[in-house]
Write a protein that binds this ligand. Structure first.
Ligand code: DGY
Length: 692
């Protein structure tokens, strides 16, 4: 993937014109508002100066009332895009900046969020602090503009006046509102599109969409871009869940920025709280488990399900129970389930709808910026497994199909313009994140505790109540199952919760009885399941007993010196692993074991009745996570280095290919694994961070 990082940087270089970065040279030859923020996030990973310059040039064109225009035109590059300044006529507004040509509307205000990222990723904090001081009042001015001019009920819900302001131009979400503009009745100014001469019209908004877009711009010009007048005349006044979530996320960032430069952050906090509260109250639908846009004119939710409806995860707006419902809907056949065949997460529109399109702009394809924001949101709510599902999408799509504007949600093919800046920038950001987490995870090498002698972690503290082996087996299973059910969500283990739980107390009692239990008297299935569950539960118990903070690597001897008495023996994790290796399905079992790390599959209880079912489930989870990346177009397979440690089992690329084939849920990947004799095999560093 390293050479794709290089390719991504080259794309940004190509699209950089010395002052800012165009989204794409041919289709979008000017500076776009939220594009630049995403682009700056990409730059912040390796070129702070450029990241700063990107946003400086955007904010130089901020309007006097604080509005940040959605396009800043490059005077030297006019004539290639529509609509340009001659159409917008923003000079009619008293608020338009003197020295810049801009459009007259805005876009999702992700800038404070991006600015904070620049600071966090920079090495020279002092220098970036100067930039923070420069941009902070401008950010406040932008937010204040939104809360003063676009917040009609004073409840923190900010409206947009044009689909272009949502960033999701022709999303089906806007259809019901735009229908209000009866094209047979309205008078339109003359105009000529340019976009559909550059990109296949099948992938772009329709002509009727454009007519309505232009009709709206005409209203704005006629009203000299005065917000209050537009508010009364514009047929498109909506609360967009994406726009408001992004604003919430940026308010949070603004609070942190204020803190860094010693400003008062109370205002941003109040904005954050009111916007979030109103979103939860007015935009959420509990039956469907999604947030909807809200039509202010008809005072009702627009019941169209798009990825915007999940954005409250990004904004940290959704309550815990709302977040769980969002996850449930997001991870369904509507938006591509983990392990679903031939499907890339997450398409922009519910793919079970009749008018879903895999290739038309915002009517179904997969967008990298949306997935990137949702990935951040899923991480924020600790939905690890789904977050990794999106992480995989963001890494795989550009590598396999190129750095396109958007991608076919079924086949992955790239659409729109190629060499698209935010696809490159966010790939870069995620790549660094991915590599760093793995590197840091790997480098948790210094041991805080060095065990010289063995420790027996399951003393029998309760010698009086002797139990029968059957009872021990039954209770061990019952308690392990209960603990996993209650304290493991989406692959994240709530170690604190377990520690304080009554179940853990009981588990320790029963673990103390294992010295009178002989697992080798069990039947084959029961033994297999018992030993895997025992391994996984021992890991939890050791993490708690050794007070592990970040990684099991803090304890030298974690896998070898800490032991459980089991029957007549004392066994470490390594010893149990050794026994497990004698089973026929040793390859699957080794992969399914949960070592208390981020790179482990989500913890599940293995049922003694049908252990293979659960083992297969765990392996499928592993193969479906970002621990396994398969790039058929590049003839490359990348797998966790775990498989390298077990060379005795996974001895060569052929064996790994065979192993993976059974679990991939994408036809092209399966076909590739079947046909390709010699795929290139690369190992991904193991992430040792705790799976909490
Ligand atoms: C376009 O031209 O399609 C842009 O999305 C408008 O901002």
């Amino acid at each position: 993937m390293k050479n794709h990082l290089y390719k991504a940087k080259k794309i940004l270089d190509k699209n950089w014109n010395g002052k800012f970065t165009v989204p794409s040279i041919h289709l979008y030859p000017h500076q776009w508002n939220w594009d630049s923020a995403f682009i700056a996030i990409g730059y912040s990973r390796y070129d702070t100066d450029r990241a700063i310059q990107e946003l400086k040039s955007l904010f130089d064109a901020q309007w006097k009332n604080g509005m940040l225009p959605h396009i800043v035109f490059d005077k030297n590059n006019l004539g290639k895009y529509f609509p340009e300044p001659d159409f917008w006529k923003t000079e009619l507004s008293k608020n338009a900046p003197e020295n810049h040509l801009t459009s007259g509307i805005t876009q999702p205000p992700i800038h404070a969020y991006a600015v904070l990222k620049i600071y966090e990723n920079s090495k020279d904090k002092k220098k970036v602090k100067e930039f923070l001081k420069w941009i902070y009042p401008k950010l406040v001015k932008l937010h204040r503009y939104l809360y003063l001019e676009r917040n009609p009920d004073d409840n923190g819900l900010v409206y947009i006046i044009h689909p272009w302001e949502s960033g999701m131009d022709n999303s089906p979400m806007w259809d019901p509102v735009l229908k209000r503009i009866d094209l047979s009745q309205v008078k339109l100014p003359d105009f000529e599109r340019k976009d559909n001469r550059i990109v296949d019209p099948e992938q772009r908004p329709g002509d009727d969409d454009y007519k309505r877009y232009i009709y709206l711009v005409d209203i704005f010009r006629k009203n000299r871009y005065e917000d209050r007048k537009i508010f009364h005349e514009c047929p498109f006044i909506v609360f967009d869940p994406l726009f408001n979530s992004v604003l919430a996320a940026s308010n949070k960032a603004l609070m942190k920025i204020a803190d860094i430069i010693g400003e008062n952050c109370r205002q941003a906090e109040e904005w954050y709280l009111t916007t979030s509260r109103s979103m939860r109250d007015l935009l959420y639908d509990n039956n469907r488990g999604i947030f909807y846009a809200y039509d202010y004119i008809e005072k009702k939710q627009i019941k169209v399900e798009t990825s915007a409806g999940f954005m409250p995860l990004f904004g940290g707006v959704a309550s815990h129970s709302q977040a769980l419902k969002l996850l449930e809907y997001m991870n369904s056949a509507s938006f591509c389930q983990i392990h679903e065949d031939n499907c890339f997460a997450i398409p922009n529109y519910d793919k079970t709808k009749k008018d879903f399109s895999t290739k038309n702009y915002w009517r179904g394809p997969v967008w990298i910026n949306i997935n990137w924001m949702l990935y951040q949101g899923l991480k924020r709510y600790r939905f690890k497994q789904k977050a990794e599902h999106l992480e995989k999408t963001i890494l795989e799509l550009p590598v396999r199909f190129g750095f396109y504007e958007y991608f076919d949600s079924r086949f992955g093919r790239g659409y729109g313009t190629k060499d698209f800046s935010w696809t490159a920038a966010l790939f870069i950001d995620l790549f660094y994140d991915y590599e760093n987490s793995k590197k840091v995870g790997k480098n948790i090498g210094f041991f805080i505790q060095i065990l010289r002698n063995e420790i027996v972690a399951n003393p029998d503290g309760n010698a009086i109540s002797i139990k029968s082996p059957d009872e021990i087996f039954f209770e061990f299973n019952m308690l392990s199952n209960l603990i996993i059910k209650k304290y493991v969500k989406n692959g994240s283990v709530d170690y604190r919760g377990i520690k304080l739980s009554p179940e853990y107390k009981l588990f320790q009692n029963i673990a103390g009885k294992l010295s009178i239990f002989d697992p080798f008297s069990l039947g084959e299935n029961e033994k297999k399941a018992f030993l895997i569950n025992l391994y996984n539960m021992m890991v939890i118990d050791f993490i708690l007993k050794m007070k592990v903070k970040k990684s099991v690597r803090e304890v030298d001897g974690f896998f070898t010196k800490i032991k459980y008495r089991l029957g007549k023996e004392k066994l470490s994790l390594k010893d149990i692993e050794q026994i497990l290796k004698s089973f026929k399905e040793k390859d699957k079992i080794i992969v399914s074991l949960v070592r208390g790390t981020q790179s482990s599959p989500p913890l599940r209880f293995v049922s003694p009745e049908n252990p293979l079912f659960d083992i297969n489930g765990a392996v499928k989870d592993f193969v479906g996570s970002s621990e396994v990346l398969i790039f058929p177009e590049e003839k490359t397979v990348m797998v966790s280095e775990l498989l390298k440690w077990y060379r005795d089992i996974f001895n060569d690329a052929g064996k790994i290919k065979q192993f993976l084939k059974e679990y991939v849920s994408d036809d092209r990947k399966r076909e590739f694994l079947e046909k390709e004799e010699n795929p290139e095999l690369l190992y991904l560093p193991y992430d040792w961070y705790l799976n909490n």
